[in-house]
Structures are given as C-alpha cells and as structure tokens.
Design a protein. Structure first.
Length: 237
C-alpha cells in the first residue's frame, strides 16, 4: 500500500511538472508571437517613414551644405538619444533593485498599521477626533479667545501643581479622605470630639486650613483693602 501511494504521489508530481512546462511553453509562444507582430509593425512603420523621407528629400531641393548640416544635427541627436537611453537603462535597473525594498517597506507598513489597529490606536484617534469636533462646535470664537488668554495662568497653575510639596499635600488629602471613609466613627460624644479637636494632628490640620483660607481670601480680593481712618480722641477724654 505504501509503495502504491508513493507511485501515485510521483505520478501526481510529474503531472504538475508537465502542466507547468506546458504553461511556460504557451507563455513563450505568446511572447514570440508578440515579438514577431512588433517587428512586423516596426518594419511597416520604417518603410513608410523611409518612403516619406525620400519623397521629402526629393522635393526639398536641399543644397550640399544644408545636407551636411542635417547630417551633423542627426549625429548630435543620436548622441543625445544614446545618453537618454543609458539614463533610461539606469532608471530601469534602479527600479528593479528598489522593487523588493519597496515591497518590504510596504509590507512593514501594513504590519505596523495592523498592530496599531489591534492595540486600539485608530479607535482612540477616531474618538479623539469626535471629541475635538464636539468641543469646536460647542464653543464660540469668544470662548476660544478666553481660553487663549488664560493659557499663561493654566501653565502657571500646572507648574505649581507639579511641585513636590503640592503633590505631597494632594496625596495626603486623598489618603486622609480614604482613611476617614474606611474608619469613620460618627457615634462619638462631645467630650471625645473635643478631645480629638485638641489633638496635635487636628490642631495642625486646623492651622493648615486656616492658613489656606487666608491665602484664598487674599487672592480673591479685587482691590486693596481700604485703610481705616484713625479717629481723633475728644478733648474731654
């Protein structure tokens, strides 16, 4: 059974090779027929061009010096034509050499786009485009002018926000809220509340809150506070 299967495989392989050879022979035949047709067409065109040239020269009545000048022009044009053909050959060689590189680059670009699509970059870009479109449509020109005018303040705010001490304070606030929510005890007596307020940590927090309110109050004042007018004591006092 194994020998029969091997023979059948070899026969199938021979059939495939014969089909390939027949196909190549058909292709070569078509190429040869095309070349023969091209040669025949060029021959007819050359005969017609030669006939027209002979008739033109016969009716042109050119002088010898004009014929010499024409021959010189043809020779110069032949040199230019030869140079152009060399450049075309160089360009064809370059295209042939650059073809695999271009295909490789295109394949790498396709693979890179597929990876970006799998990671969700294109979806994120599309969502960002929709968000930007919504922002643009929901804001007027005056709103964007106000945003542009407030950019320096926003940059200063971000600069202050990224300072280490500010980040530590924000971290402490967030950690404190989380800890309070996790261990909060609302069933405390007044004595316990007074004792907690009198603790060093609570007093330090209250002091920080008071200083914060003072800073906010000083920043929220539009103009300088009015100076109180001193009162003159009366003579009887």
């Amino acid at each position: 059974m194994m020998a029969t299967a091997t023979v059948e495989d070899r026969i199938g392989e021979l059939d495939r090779k014969l089909d390939f050879i027949v196909e190549e022979l058909s292709h070569l035949k078509r190429v040869r027929n095309s070349a023969e047709d091209l040669v025949a067409d060029l021959t007819l065109v050359g005969k017609d061009a030669m006939k027209d040239a002979v008739e033109s020269l016969g009716s042109a009545a050119l002088r010898p010096e004009e014929i010499l000048q024409l021959v010189k022009s043809v020779l110069i044009d032949a040199r230019l034509l030869q140079s152009a053909l060399r450049q075309l050959e160089s360009a064809a060689d370059f295209i042939q050499d650059a073809g695999p590189l271009a295909r490789d680059l295109f394949h790498q670009a396709v693979v890179g786009c597929q990876r970006l699509d799998e990671k969700g970059y294109f979806t994120a870009v599309a969502a960002g485009t929709r968000v930007a479109d919504a922002l643009i449509q929901s804001h007027s020109r005056e709103d964007w002018k106000q945003v542009e005018a407030s950019v320096p303040q926003l940059v200063g705010f971000l600069r202050e926000l990224t300072r280490p001490e500010v980040l530590q304070a924000l971290e402490a606030i967030i950690h404190g809220f989380g800890r309070v929510q996790a261990t909060m005890n609302v069933d405390k007596s007044v004595v316990q509340l007074v004792r907690d307020v009198n603790s060093p940590d609570a007093r330090r927090g209250i002091a920080i809150l008071v200083e914060f309110l003072k800073v906010v109050g000083s920043r929220s004042v539009v103009g300088p506070a009015p100076t109180p007018t001193p009162t003159t004591p009366t003579a009887g006092r």
